[in-house]
Design a protein around this ligand. Structure first.
Ligand code: UDP
Length: 362
């Protein structure tokens, strides 16, 4: 017996001892690797700043980038945005919000990979009410954000607009058209701010070599548009739902091309990750007169009290608008997927609930 024990002790203890150490070490290595991976994941989570985060388009962008597992930093001064649009994101660890006006110095701690500049009053009645803020966010605001992009070595995408084409003399509008804008007309504060924004963005790209992207957004619609923002779709939906007159401006012969917000967000997502720095139109080329649009909405809402009334055409109201999306198709492989029938139905569901609540608020 003794000899057997001696044998075991002398011949098995050492390998057993070494094995146990090894397995502990192995366990430690595995644990360490696991912790490292978790930590690295945290570190490699892309950080994106979205200005205008609580607005219509900004809030949909926040949702999309959260879904894509980015760390989203929303920023808004809430002059036209609605905090309710992003309230559902507040409990999330990878979302944070700064109540800040980007026309003032912008500070964001830690690293930043991307910036999306979407802050601006965007409906004609908003920028008529707030002409100076509109000019400031498109000039001082973009300057601050370009400076931030430079200091963080971040890529920046700016929200430009079909308004840079003004009342277009070319139809449809492609990105090489320089536009027909009245700089001193009532819409000039928005149009010229956006044109300046494109110019300074290109200057930062060529002079400082920062990575820039420019999206020219055509008329977009969907849930979270403000009931009272004055744009044609919220106006027509709320008037039709309440059984009021749909306020057609002019004779309703002017045209627009409406893009559903999910399509726009997909286009922006692709553009940000592309290596293309020149402007890209994102919009739905399906063009319609405002009168036809009023009739489509009346047919959908089906309220017998709804009817058409005529109001004067606003100054410098563009007569026609339709995006040429050849560039987006070629460079991003993008084109809209949601037709007007489907998009309007989804949007109607939203307006049904908010118009009722809005009535109560009044
Ligand atoms: N419009 C209208 N009734 C309204 C609001 C707008 O007929 O109550 C017209 C407006 O004159 C323009 C078009 O609808 O021709 C789109 O206007 P919106 O303000 O939505 O955006 P825009 O494309 O002019 O920036």
């Amino acid at each position: 017996m003794r000899t057997i024990f001696n044998y075991i002790n002398t011949n098995c203890f050492l390998p057993w001892f070494l094995l146990s150490i090894l397995s502990i070490a192995k366990f430690k290595v595995i644990t360490f690797a696991f912790v490292l991976v978790v930590q690295q994941n945290k570190l490699i989570l892309k950080r994106i700043l979205i200005t205008g985060a609580s607005g219509f388009i900004g809030s949909h962008l926040c949702d999309r980038y959260i879904k894509e597992e980015y760390h989203v930093i929303g920023m808004d001064n809430l002059i036209t945005g609605n905090i309710k649009n992003i309230e559902h994101l507040f409990p999330l660890k990878n979302f944070e919000f700064y109540h800040h006006d980007v026309s003032k110095f912008v500070h964001v701690p830690e690293k930043l990979d991307y910036i999306l500049h979407f802050a601006s009053p965007a409906s004609p009645i908003d920028y008529l009410k707030m002409p100076i803020q509109t000019l400031k966010v498109g000039s001082l605001g973009i300057h601050n954000l370009l400076g931030l992009a430079k200091s963080k070595n971040a890529r920046i995408l700016i929200a430009s607009t079909s308004e840079v084409y003004g009342d277009p003399l070319e139809h449809p509008q492609n990105e090489n058209y320089w536009g027909n804008v009245n700089p001193i007309g009532p819409r000039g504060v928005y149009d010229e701010a956006k044109r300046f924004q494109e110019a300074i963005t290109m200057a930062y790209h060529t002079f400082h070599g920062i990575e820039t992207r420019i999206v020219r957004i055509f008329n977009t619609y969907g849930p979270r548009m403000r009931v009272e923002d004055g744009r044609v779709l919220p106006a027509f939906f709320s008037q039709a739902i309440r059984g009021e007159g749909l306020t057609v401006f002019g004779e309703g012969n002017q045209t627009r091309s409406f893009c559903y917000v999910d399509d726009l967000v997909e286009g922006i997502f692709r553009l940000l990750l592309s290596d293309y720095h020149l402007p890209v139109n994102i919009g739905n080329p399906s063009e319609i007169t405002i009168m036809q649009f009023a009739h489509e909405i009346m047919a959908l809402v089906n309220n017998n009290d709804a009817h058409i009334i005529y109001n004067p055409l606003p100054v410098d109201d563009p007569k026609q608008r339709q995006p040429d999306i050849t560039r987006a198709k070629e460079i991003l492989g993008w084109q809209p997927k949601v037709g007007r029938e489907e998009g309007l139905l989804k949007t109607y569901e939203y307006f049904k609930s908010v118009v009722q609540h809005h009535k109560v608020d009044l």
